[in-house]
Write a protein that binds this ligand. Structure first.
Ligand code: HEM
Length: 193
């Protein structure tokens, strides 16, 4: 077996733990008085964490001089999409009972929902084109398209910052992480990295 063969299965399994934790808390009644809100919150946060982690993979590969973050980048990005699909389903099916008129109004009227929707829309082509076949087919355009992952980070963080009331610390921590990643990317562009 190749050295490091276990890393991908280990990361895959670890990435499913938050989903198991959400299901477990709902099943055994520890999700709080509003389980739907708890599902929305947990899956939203995990999606954003995976988005930011996927953006951190290239800097990590460069800083630690390791190929592993690059090898894991696609999986981490796909988990961001997986958690956002669960997040969206919780909102559409459980929260809004599939009332599409209301959902459409919500997207137009509430800026934090608009930002989440924009982030989701950008994630769709990124997910569809994340495989080797599309990478080869799109050539140089693939890199340009996948830079929009930063916009997912921006829209995702805005979504969180705008919805948070009162205690604003957590969304601001995500904002700070995003700014560090964007700063690293910008200096990389200047230095030709
Ligand atoms: C159409 C797309 C989306 C819709 C309709 C949506 C809807 C919602 C709603 C209704 C909440 C509030 C839950 C509550 O406090 O009651 C929420 C929270 C959240 N969403 Fe989304 N969302 C969308 C996309 C996204 C995306 C793309 C991300 C991440 C990249 C994301 C991350 C979050 C986070 C971090 C929270 C806050 C969790 C917390 O309060 O701890 N959402 N979303």
């Amino acid at each position: 077996m190749k050295p490091g063969w276990w890393i991908k299965p280990a990361v895959f399994t670890a990435s499913l733990i938050p989903l198991c934790a959400v299901i477990w808390s709902v099943v055994n009644g520890t999700a709080g008085p509003n389980p739907i809100e708890a599902i929305e919150k947990q899956t939203g946060e995990w999606s954003l964490r995976f988005v930011l982690l996927s953006l951190a993979m290239t800097p990590m590969a460069q800083l630690f001089k390791s190929i592993w973050p690059i090898k894991l980048r696609r999986m981490v990005g796909l988990f961001a999409f997986f958690y956002v699909v669960v997040h969206l389903l919780a909102y559409v099916v459980l929260d809004q009972s599939m009332n599409l008129t209301y959902i459409f109004e919500d997207i137009l009227k509430r800026p934090f929902i608009t930002a989440g929707f924009v982030a989701f829309l950008i994630m769709v082509p990124l997910t569809v084109t994340s495989n080797k076949y599309m990478m080869n087919k799109l050539g140089k355009r693939w890199k340009v398209l996948h830079r929009t992952a930063y916009l997912v980070g921006v829209a995702g963080v805005l979504h969180y910052v705008w919805l948070a009331k009162g205690d604003q610390l957590e969304p601001l921590v995500y904002l700070a992480v995003l700014l560090v990643l964007l700063g690293y990317r910008m200096t990389g562009l200047i230095k030709g990295r």
